[in-house]
Design a protein around this ligand. Structure first.
Ligand code: AMP
Ligand code: MG
Length: 325
């Protein structure tokens, strides 16, 4: 589907308006659910001396901050860990900027400006946070089906398929078994990397419920995802994929909070720890252990509304490579 690059055409379209109304309901349900579980919403920073280096393949954007090179946030992960110094259960609705490679312009899954529902919880295990994520996604599906049936109808969503997501608990498979399944389908997936988006489409096309992929290999993710002590090389992390071919909605993990291990992990990724001075000082003085996740809001909206592309789930879409307002 080609995108409407004219803002009037896009914003005045009945379809855009319906999708944005669905997104509004999603945000209401997310905030209610997290508030009921004791989470506090904070407003995230947009710039900082460093940002998440784990934005695979995407370029960061530099700005001149009074003679210092600062970054626009590719994700709020470092600040999520910092915020646990104030509160045990926190979330942001955070804007992210990633200059994604040009070849992602047509995937329907990549914008250069998007938002994450970014949640972090002190003392949580991977199971705790996966349980919270599953309950949150279920709540959003239930509430949109309840409150927005007409709007879902307007955008042509197959609501029976959406309702099927609620029938059984979300399944789980490890990264290595997902790679095995893809190889069996003849898809050339690299076993040391994240599942590529074409592979995700294939796995997600066979699914009727959202499902987790766990235990991604070290090197495929950021230094902040905790390594499994019992299984070195494998991380205590996960993705949640949406069914019906939609693919990745969310990535999450238990976090590394040991100072020496964080420094070693940063070095392993080829980065200079000195760049992360504020974060490492904080880690040296002590940060809580935690687990958390980030759900892409436009991807979540795309799945719930059943539209082809994430640009349809943004009021001001920016597609990689395309100049836009
Ligand atoms: P990541 O840290 O790369 O796992 O990103 C967290 C979540 O943000 C992903 O699970 C997606 O839902 C979403 N996301 C990441 N990159 C993009 C993008 N370029 N456009 C839209 N959503 C994205
Ligand atoms: Mg991810």
């Amino acid at each position: 589907m080609t995108r409407q690059s004219d803002p009037r055409e896009h914003l005045a379209s009945a379809k855009t308006q319906a999708v944005l109304r669905i997104q509004h309901r999603i945000l209401i349900a997310v905030r209610e659910h997290l508030r009921e579980q004791g989470f506090i919403e904070l407003l995230p920073p947009i710039i900082g001396p460093v940002t998440d280096p784990g934005a695979r393949g995407a370029k960061q954007v530099d700005i001149d901050y009074y003679g210092h090179r600062y970054k626009l946030m590719t994700s709020a992960i470092l600040y999520k860990q910092a915020t646990l110094l104030a509160f045990d259960k926190i979330f942001f609705i955070a804007p992210n900027i990633r200059l994604e490679p040009l070849e992602t312009a047509g995937t329907g899954r990549h914008l250069t400006e998007f938002h994450q529902i970014d949640v972090e919880m002190a003392g949580a295990s991977r199971d705790d946070i996966m349980e919270l994520l599953e309950s949150l996604v279920r709540r959003v599906i239930e509430e949109t089906l309840d409150t927005s049936a007409d709007t879902l109808g307007e955008v042509g969503r197959d609501t029976a398929a959406l309702a099927k997501a609620l029938l059984v608990p979300f399944g789980r498979q490890t990264h290595s078994s997902a790679v095995g399944r893809l190889h069996a389908m003849g898809h050339p997936q690299n076993s040391d990397a994240e599942i590529d988006w074409q592979g995700e489409v294939r796995l997600a096309s066979e699914a009727e419920q959202p499902f987790f992929i766990t235990d991604y290999p070290k090197g495929s993710r950021g230094f902040y995802d905790r390594e499994n002590e019992q299984q070195p090389g494998s991380l205590r992390n996960f993705d949640l994929l949406a069914p019906e071919g939609y693919g990745e909605l969310c990535s999450g993990s238990e976090r590394e909070n040991d100072y020496a291990t964080i420094v070693a992990r940063i070095r392993e990724t080829g980065e200079n720890p000195a760049k992360y001075a504020w974060y490492l000082k904080m880690a040296r003085e002590g940060i809580p252990s935690s687990a958390g996740f980030g759900i892409g809001l436009e991807r979540f909206t795309r799945y719930i509304a059943g539209v082809d592309s994430v640009w349809q789930a943004s009021a001001y879409p920016k597609i990689p490579g395309e100049p836009s307002p």
